[in-house]
Structures are given as C-alpha cells and as structure tokens.
Design a protein around this ligand. Structure first.
Ligand code: HEM
Length: 652
C-alpha cells in the first residue's frame, strides 16, 4: 500500500510540474467546416482549400492533397495553419476546371494521433448534389495505435507493477521460501522503449510506422507538441533501461512515472478537462499498472513457492487487499473519465460508448475472478498446494485483455455532443443572403447560406467595440416558410453572441423572427426577411451608384435609433446632392463584399448589401431608373431608416 501511495504521489507531483510547463490542452480533432464546403458546388475553381477544426492541429508534410475525378493529383502548396492552429489552408497552384474533386487531408491532433479523411466538392454546374455535406475524421493507423498503446500499457504494468509486486513478495517471504523470481523490469523497460519509439514513428510517418522510421529524427519529433510528449516517453523508458542495467531499478520508477504523466497529458480526458483530466488518467494508469503488474509478479512467485501453501496464502491475501484499493481507484477514476468523455445519451449509440460498455463488463469479470480466487484460497486451504490459483491466472489474462481494449479506446474519436457550442461561426457555404437590424439595443446580423443560418448579436458596449463585448447573450428564433408554416429553430452557440442552425431554405421569402437578450442591455423581438436563393448582383449596385452620382439636390429624410424598443427615432431632413450623399456611404465606391438582389415589391428592386468586417447590413429599394428610394442601414449600435425625395424633374 505504501508503495502505491508513493507511486501516486510521484506521478501527481510530476503531473503538476508538467501541467505547469505544458502547452494547451490536447485531444482528438474533428473537422468542422471546409472551404469549398464538403459536398458543395462552387462556380469557379478555388484558389485555396481551407479546413477548420474544433481544436488546434499541426500539419505535417503533405497535409492537404487535391485530386481530380480521375484520381490525378492537382498541385497544392504546403499547408499552413492559422486561427491558433484551428484552420489549415493550402493554396491551389493552378485554376481547376469544372468537375468533381476530392480533398484528402491529414493532420496531427493535440493527442498525438494522426487524423485524416476525405471529402469532395464540385466546380461548375457538373454536380449540384454530391452528398449530405458530412465530413468525417478518423485516426490514421488505428490498428498500429491500438497495438502499440496496448504494449505500452503492458510495459508500464511490468515495470511499475513489477516493482510493487517485488516489494510485496519480499515482505512476505521467510527464510524457508525459495527466492522469488526477479520481476520483468528489463523486459518491461525495453518493451516500453521499443513501443514508444514505434508511437513516435507513427506520429512523424503520418500514421505509417514504416515511413515514420525513415523520418524519425529528434528535430522532426520536437517540431510538434504531441511529438515532444512522445520524445519524453522514449527518454523515460531509455532512462529506465539504464537504471535497471545499473542495478538501480527503483530509481527507474521516476522516469517511468514521467512517461505516465506524458501519457496523461496526451490522453482524451485532458482534451476535455485540462488539468483534472490528466490527473484522472495518471491515477487510473498507475493504479491499473500496479494492479496488473503486481498480480503477474505474485502469480510468478506463487509458482516458485508451490508446495508452500501457508506463505502463498498470506501473499495472495496481501495482494488481494492491495487490489481492492486499486480496484476502487481504477473504477472511480475510470468512471469519472467516462463521464467527462461520453454524454450519457451517446453511450449506446456510438462505437466508443459501446466499447466502453464491453470494457466495464470485462472489468466486472476480472473483479469476480479476483473474489473467486480469494474464496477459492480460503475454502480449499487444506487441499491447496500454494501454486497460483486458476481464477487469479484468468484474472490476469482478462486484465491484459482490458489493457488492449483500452488501447483501442484511446485510438477512437470520443463522441461529440451535436448541441455543444462551436468555437466559432461556421463559414458560409456558397453565396450569402445577408440581413440586419436592431432588436432593442442589440445589433443583429443575419447570414443565410446553403443549409445554414448564422446570427451574430452585438451590444454597443462602453468600449464601442462590439466584437470585444463579453455580454451573456440569449436568443430564440422561429422561421416562417414562404408558404406559411412556422417552426422554432434549434440553435447552437458559435462564439460570443453567435448562434447557428441548420436550415434548408425553401425557395421564396422566409420570415425569420428573433428574440434577443443580453445582460445589461435592452433586448427585443425583431423580424427579418430572407429571400432564397441568393442572387449575387454586384452590377445592380454599380448601376444604382452611377444613377445616384447624376442626382442633383434632393431631400433625405432620416430616422436614427439606438434602441428600437423606443421607436425608430426622431425624423430629420437634409438637403444634399447625390455625389455628397455617396461620399459618406460605405457603398459609395459601388462595391460591397456581399451584394444580393432580393424579390421586387411594388415595382421597386431591392438589394441587400453586407460588410461583415464592420458588421454592417444595408437594404436598398431602387426605382426603375436605379435611384435609391429607401434605405435601411443596420450597424451594431444603431439602425438608420432613410427615404429619398427627389425634385419633380428628377422624380422617377
Ligand atoms: C469500471 C472500470 C473502468 C472504467 C469506467 C474505465 C474507463 C476509462 C476511460 C473512459 C478511459 C479513457 C480512454 C480514452 O482516452 O479514450 C480509460 C483509460 C484507460 N483505462 Fe480504464 N476504465 C476502467 C477500468 C480499467 C481497467 C480495469 C484497466 C486495466 C486493467 C483499465 C485500463 C485503462 C488504460 C490502460 C487506459 C488508457 C489511459 C491512456 O489514455 O493512456 N481501465 N479508462
């Protein structure tokens, strides 16, 4: 027991040190969005491919590759990362023509696993529907990862458990018992060294250990965070080998403890709950290693002590008491990790959850076998020859199986909660229909694109920087289709003030009703029209601006409000020329990042403009001769409503 407490103490101290020194949390990465959109169609060949992940990733060699429909590679430049490691972009060297293209990607996730996958997109009218737009992320070389991690766990058990088992057997021997066998410390340390080298090769070899061996250099390994953790593990086992050779095997527990800490920092729970997640894994791993490794050492000793039932029983009894504590620790830390990683509603519906259930069932079998071994020993005390009881040998076998299953668990992606907030807004899929307004004092910027709605709320906070606002936002949304039926949208958070929902936009004008609230500000309800499909029309804006430049003096009636709950503001009138008016307008140059023609009403053509970087949305109503007759400009802090009255000779 004291050995266990020391080991746990050692690992916890190391963990605290490494958590302090280590970088950000790590975990499996999921590909959230792509540009061009997966299974989407773009009018022209893209100049670059963009992949956005939910976690920071690192790129290696050929991380993003593009293939045409015949499987021929289209040259792309080496991928670079941005957005704090979350987005990966690779420039496409040549303009590609119409057709279906496949993007094959692979990156190194925070947990050191090489993730990869494929998705398609189409250029031109060749393919309008390719699939459902789902991208998938999978660990590359799952088989290798599973087997190598399994061996790693066995190596840890042989070393740490071997030391614990050795103490136990030495404590319970007497002068008459033969020497207990030497624990398998050197085989454990050597196996650990080979295994961690294999895992490191897997990392630099993009999922292939063979390719990785050729590329395995300290520089290649130390380039990425996961690579550095792998290097720590290799060094840990190398030091343990040296410690055993120098007949100081006990000292080897320190570097092997550091291997456990590095493993805990790499593992899934740390990705979900930085700090405490690693602590859970570290304690879980040490308890598991001692449970399994000490059992192996005790069984080997009992085999040597066969014919000495008295000492054998005492030894097994002492191990059983230790194992009970270990079981409690393993179940508590394993159970907590499971709660952190798997939402309860996804336990039976995901491969990861199902495998976890199989693991728990096997642990129950191992616990029952452990109890049977004790009971067997007590009942058959007289008949027992002191050799390793059969249930205990079976228990060791089942536990080694559980180690293998755990290796597979570490290689699988953990289930994600489809309602969990996204770290940032999904990029638009194809052309956008923008809309904007104020709801009370809260700025509302709406972006409708293929299959999705993104709403960005903002408050006019004291710094005047809407993006810097950390207000706590709430929003609900209902959508009325063009033919009437209305439904409530299920929204998902996508950053501060950002909400998104999957929406299959029906053709025509849908009406979106939003209720927005933010702490400390007046919220409200507002309604916006979304005309689908998008009809990008930059030419129409240029025509309107050209028409306005010709206009002499006219009267601009304007109302400005910063809180729609108090009305649209006091009207004011201004006389100015068309050219002067345009000088103060964001679209005065005749250009806007997003320009979409909306449905015409009452003979007026309507145009929606958006300036995403400035959170500006503008809706213009145009007369048949192109002059503006109405404008609604929504900025984060105010809503401006304008009517244009032209002198009679200028009238449309
Ligand atoms: C009720 C009992 C247990 C539960 C609920 C449990 C649960 C878990 C969970 C959720 C993980 C995280 C896996 C990941 O990273 O995706 C884990 C890791 C692990 N568990 Fe268990 N476990 C239990 C018992 C055991 C036992 C009895 C053993 C071994 C004999 C074991 C060995 C391991 C190992 C080796 C890891 C890998 C740690 C790493 O990521 O490096 N577990 N366990």
């Amino acid at each position: 027991m004291r050995t266990l407490i020391r080991l746990v103490g050692l690992v916890v101290t190391g963990l605290v040190l490494l958590v302090v020194m280590a970088g950000p949390a790590s975990a499996h990465a999921t590909l959230l969005f792509t540009g061009p959109a997966a299974d989407g169609t773009v009018p022209d060949g893209p100049g670059a491919l963009t992949l956005i992940f939910d976690q920071p990733v690192t790129v290696t060699g050929s991380s993003v590759r593009l293939f045409d429909a015949d499987g021929r590679a289209v040259p792309t430049e080496r991928a670079g990362v941005g957005d704090g490691g979350r987005s990966v972009t690779a420039a496409v060297d040549q303009r590609v023509g119409g057709g279906v293209y496949t993007v094959a990607w692979q990156v190194v996730a925070g947990d050191g696993d090489v993730m990869g996958g494929e998705y398609r997109f189409a250029v031109g009218p060749a393919a309008s529907t390719l699939g459902n737009g789902q991208t998938s992320s999978a660990t590359k070389g799952v088989g290798w990862v599973t087997v190598l991690r399994w061996l790693l766990f066995v190596a840890l058990a042989l070393y740490l458990g071997g030391l614990a088992g050795q103490r136990l057997t030495h404590h319970h021997r007497d002068e008459t018992t033969p020497d207990p066998p030497r624990p398998w410390l050197l085989p454990g340390a050597l196996a650990g060294l080979v295994t961690t080298l294999g895992l490191a090769a897997l990392l630099v070899g993009d999922g292939s250990p063979i390719r990785g061996l050729a590329r395995l250099t300290p520089a290649a390994l130390l380039e990425t965070g996961p690579g550095r953790l792998a290097a720590v593990q290799v060094a840990g086992f190398a030091l343990a080998v040296l410690a055993v050779l120098a007949r100081r095997a006990g000292w080897g527990a320190v570097p092997v403890g550091v291997v456990v800490v590095a493993e805990a920092l790499r593992a899934h729970p740390q990705g979900r709950q930085p700090g405490s997640g690693a602590l859970l894994t570290a304690v879980h791993l040490v308890a598991v290693a001692v449970w399994v490794g000490a059992l192996v050492q005790v069984l080997r000793t009992l085999a040597v002590w066969r014919g000495r039932p008295g000492v054998g029983r005492v030894l097994l009894g002492a191990y059983a008491r230790l194992a009970l504590w270990l079981l409690a620790l393993v179940v508590a830390t394993g159970g907590l990790s499971a709660l952190v990683l798997v939402p309860l509603n996804r336990v039976v519906t995901t491969g990861y959850g199902q495998l976890l259930l199989v693991k728990i069932a096997l642990v129950v079998v191992a616990a029952v076998l452990a109890l049977t071994a004790r009971w067997h020993l007590r009942r058959a005390a007289a008949a027992h020859d002191g050799g390793p009881p059969r249930p205990a040998r079976l228990e060791a076998g089942v536990l080694v199986g559980v180690l293998g299953l755990s290796g597979l668990l570490t290689a699988l992606p953990t289930p994600t909660d489809p309602k969990a907030p996204l770290p940032f807004a999904p990029p638009a899929a194809g052309p956008v229909v923008p809309a904007g307004t104020l709801a009370g004092q809260i700025g509302v910027a709406v972006r409708a694109s293929d299959g999705q709605l993104v709403v960005q709320l903002s408050t006019p906070d004291a710094t005047g920087e809407p993006a810097a606002s950390q207000a706590d936002y709430q929003m609900s949304a209902a959508l009325a289709d063009p033919d009437g039926p209305s439904r409530t949208l299920t929204l998902r958070g996508c950053g501060s003030g950002c909400f998104t929902a999957p929406v299959g936009w029906p053709e025509g004008t849908s009406r979106l009703t939003l209720t927005a609230a933010a702490d400390g500000w007046t919220g409200g309800r507002t309604s916006l029209a979304v005309a689908w499909p998008p009809r990008p029309d930059p030419e129409l804006l240029r025509e309107a601006v050209a028409a306005m430049r010709q206009v002499g003096q006219f009267t601009l009636h304007e109302r400005v409000t910063s809180d729609t709950s108090r009305g649209l503001g006091t009207p004011s009138a201004l006389s100015l020329s068309g050219a002067r008016f345009l000088d103060s307008e964001p679209y005065g140059s005749g250009q806007a990042p997003v320009t979409t023609r909306l449905d015409s009403t009452d003979g007026q053509t309507r145009l929606a403009l958006a300036y995403p970087a400035e959170s500006l949305q503008i809706e213009l109503a145009l007369a048949p001769d192109g002059k503006i007759i109405r404008e609604v400009l929504a900025a984060p802090k105010h809503l401006i409503t304008r009517s244009f009255v032209y002198p009679d000779h200028d009238a449309p």
